[in-house]
Ligand binder design. Structure first.
Ligand code: DNO
Length: 360
């Protein structure tokens, strides 16, 4: 397990590289050039500048998160070939600076979605990301994006800054009538276009699951359960076509057996990284994010780490979203304190599992 941390870059994150470096056991980042629009080439110069800065702080930068896939690729529009070519160039450029894994998603229109980015947890006064489908029913996509953008310390839902709201309506309209099978066909076209480049330069693609783990707003979603992942991995059969196993995203649906999924895809060599966090179920399609500790939510983090230890011990891991605690303010889900506690807890589980395994 290589412990990493998500960092949004100097101008977009209140957390500093120095703080990240001081978390025990932290080896590197899941890095991100947050200003790049989907479809744009990540140039060598900007990658070098970013990676050099991370190295100077004593951290590695072998995983890059959110090289976003342009909607035209997901929609299968004629313009997709240019965007796929750009993606190939980005893969090559990242590989030149030591990047080994690229985390991305194939979710139409939205990345992760919540109905509240700072719901107070009554028991202890902290707050966390929260989702209640009943609230969505009343709201509609444009309204939810506007509302979250307004209420959240200047941070908005990924990809949907207020100035892009007009575009959001047009994009939603383009998906009308697109079926899951069509989306999968477009996904295959994308993978067929990029995986040979990945194989050539030694980069693995890690698909992030839909979050929450079911369809929303009638949009097709094809990455939220074992059956979906089996299909995705079969679209292009290569070790470079793999997964970012996000326990919290998948865990929003209690039907997903996450330790079993880790064992299945870990044994196949198809998990290239994990995002680990806990979820507290509050009802049907209704949950909040919880502290990492197993007893704080509904996932068994011990079983999750054990499955990883036994099937894919060398993967990159990061503590995923944290709550806001100790009066910290910042990007919802991505404060320093609770994620640092999460890393420490995961390291503790790992040490215990490792020592028990060795002493047998
Ligand atoms: C949420 C993240 C996702 C992830 C993207 C990858 O916290 O895990 O935003 O980075 O889906 O493209």
């Amino acid at each position: 397990m290589k412990m990493t941390f998500r960092w949004f870059g100097e101008n977009s994150d209140v957390v500093t590289l120095k703080q990240i470096r001081q978390i025990p056991g932290m080896t590197g980042l899941m890095g991100f050039l947050d200003y790049k629009a989907a479809g744009e080439v990540w140039t060598e110069e900007e990658i070098k500048r970013y990676v050099d800065g991370v190295h100077a702080a004593g951290l590695e930068c072998e995983v890059i998160e959110s090289v976003n896939v342009h909607e035209d690729i997901k929609l299968g529009l004629p313009t997709r070939d240019d965007y796929i070519e750009n993606y190939r160039i980005t893969i090559r450029n990242l590989a030149k600076y030591g990047v080994k894994v690229i985390v991305y998603n194939f979710m139409p229109v939205f990345d992760w979605l919540r109905t509240d980015l700072a719901r107070v947890i009554p028991e202890d006064g902290s707050n966390s990301l929260y989702f209640d489908e009943r609230e969505l029913g009343e709201m509609g996509p444009v309204e939810i994006v506007r509302r979250t953008a307004e209420g959240c310390n200047g941070f908005s839902l990924p990809g949907w800054e207020p100035e892009r709201l007009a575009e959001l309506e047009a994009t939603l309209a383009q998906y009308q009538g697109v079926t899951p099978d069509q989306l999968r066909e477009n996904y295959k076209y994308f993978l067929d276009g990029i995986i040979p480049t990945c194989e050539e330069v030694g980069v693995s693609m890690a698909c992030h699951p839909d979050d929450p783990a079911w369809p929303i707003f009638g949009l097709p979603r094809i990455a939220h359960c074992q059956d979906d992942f089996d299909k995705i991995l079969a679209l292009h059969d290569s070790p470079c076509n793999g997964l970012c196993l996000c326990t919290g995203s998948l865990g929003s649906n209690p039907d997903n057996d996450i330790p079993a999924m880790i064992r299945r895809y870990g044994a196949m060599g198809r998990i290239h990284c994990l995002h680990i966090r806990n979820v507290k179920q509050l009802g049907y399609h209704h949950f909040r994010e919880a502290a990492h500790l197993s007893s704080a939510g509904d996932l068994d983090l011990f079983e999750i780490v054990k499955a990883m230890y036994e099937t894919c011990p060398d993967v990159y891991v990061r503590p995923d979203h944290g709550r806001m605690i100790w009066d910290e303010t910042g990007r919802p889900g991505y404060g320093l304190y609770d994620r640092a506690l999460g890393a420490t807890y995961l390291n503790g589980l790992w040490e215990a599992i490792d020592k028990m395994a060795r002493s047998r």
